[in-house]
Ligand binder design. Structure first.
Ligand code: 13P
Length: 261
């Protein structure tokens, strides 16, 4: 990763941990992650909505420099949208990062690139940073369409955004076939796709946005493979699912730089 892009290691808890388990996990993280780690790496956790207030309180009370994240947001500020949560509601809880367009939202809840686009805009408008997810299916990869699919997702998901906003956001490249399967893209494959993401950002928004946008890799990131993934020049962070549920395992990923590649 590049010296002028601060790495971001994010834990996407998905639909795991009730608020009591969430408090315990964050308290364990507070012990396991040290000052030196925070100096080198940004860290975020993305609990379910029902945990956010509890986690925010613990982070604030104990002055833990972990950023609070959410997993989704509705694009409207308020209104008759039963079951949804708006970006300004999340901002009020000190949420800093919001994942938008996770492949599970796209595949299981039918979110399109246009949906992801309006959500990213709402998150930006509320003063938070979107983590915009893209990734190809196994079919897309085996038929040689991975790069085209990523290009299409980036084009739709980031349409109409200003170049300086794009430079400040986070893009997560998560190949769907590597999520929760134990299969990881090889560091070379992950690097190649993250370089493709950066090249597309350059083409769409210019060199400055491409140089500063942070690109995470996600898909079966574990303590054992994190150092080699993070050593790739276009990988600036990790979006971690399963391994982020255990505080010690997640802390070892945060400390990737202590392990030799
Ligand atoms: P896993 O790390 O469990 O493969 O999940 C990746 C992911 O989807 C993170 O958003």
């Amino acid at each position: 990763m590049s010296a002028n892009r601060r790495p971001l290691i994010s834990g996407n808890w998905k639909m795991n941990h009730n608020h009591l388990e969430a408090i315990q996990t964050v308290q364990k993280l507070a012990y396991a992650i040290e000052k030196d780690d925070y100096e080198a790496v940004d860290v975020s956790v993305h609990p379910p909505f029902t945990d956010l207030r509890s986690v925010q309180t613990v982070l604030q009370a104990d002055q833990i420099p972990i950023s609070l994240g959410a997993q989704n947001a509705h694009e409207a500020e308020r209104g008759a949208f039963t079951g949804e949560v708006s970006a300004p509601m999340l901002a009020k809880l000190n949420v800093a990062y919001v994942i938008v367009g996770h492949s599970e939202r796209r595949e299981l809840f039918g979110e399109s690139d246009a949906d992801v686009n309006v959500k990213a805009r709402a998150v930006l408008a509320a003063g938070m940073t979107p983590i915009v997810c893209v990734g190809e299916t196994l079919d897309g990869r085996s038929t040689g369409h991975a790069e085209a699919r990523i290009t299409e997702q980036l084009t739709g998901s980031l349409a109409g955004l200003k170049a300086d906003a794009v430079g400040d956001l986070v893009i997560a490249y998560e190949p769907i076939w590597a999520i929760g399967t134990g299969e990881t893209a090889t560091p070379v494959d992950a690097q190649q796709m993250c370089a493709h993401v950066r090249a597309r950002i350059d083409a769409m928004f210019g060199a400055a946005a491409a140089a500063s946008v942070r690109i995470q890799y996600g898909g079966s990131v574990k303590p054992g493979n994190a150092p080699e993934l993070m050593a790739q020049p276009d990988i600036d962070g990790a979006l971690v699912g399963g391994a982020s549920l255990d505080a010690n395992e997640f802390a070892r990923i945060v400390k990737y730089r202590l392990y030799q590649v």
